[in-house]
Design a protein around this ligand. Structure first.
Ligand code: AMP
Length: 114
């Protein structure tokens, strides 16, 4: 199974994952190889391959992806100390899975990456 299909199967509940939130538009689940104490991926339920496919037609989906990440951060209680949202795009951006996903990282001091 290719990596894109893995995320599609996670949305459908056909392969095992730790889903923390799901509605008609997005699915959020724990990253299988967490890079921080909190590491959750938020993905649209319809395939958007990368940030390059964000446009006027699907912008509301992306807004919902971001709002969901922030709601999860608040529910977990990491919002006051802070967190990082990461959206990797294509090879140079470090995107391994060709299915747009927003990383929510937190639970420790992450420092600066710039
Ligand atoms: P990226 O490098 O931005 O494409 O990130 C892909 C992320 O997907 C990585 O952090 C992986 O650990 C994560 N990942 C890959 N397969 C799974 C899976 N089956 N369940 C949860 N997370 C996964």
């Amino acid at each position: 199974m290719n990596k894109k299909n893995i995320f599609e199967q996670i949305i459908k509940g056909k392969i095992k994952s730790d889903i923390v939130y799901q509605d008609k538009i997005v699915t959020a689940f724990k990253d299988i190889k967490p890079k921080a104490p909190i590491h959750i991926l938020i993905i649209p339920n319809v395939l958007i391959v990368s940030a390059n496919q964000i446009n006027e037609k699907n912008k509301d989906i992306l807004t919902h992806v971001f709002i969901t990440a922030i709601k999860i951060a608040k529910k977990i209680g990491i919002h006051e100390k802070g967190y990082r949202l990461v959206l990797n795009c294509n090879r140079n951006g470090g995107q391994e899975v060709p299915y747009l996903h927003l990383h929510l990282l937190g639970g420790k001091y992450l420092g600066s990456i710039l």
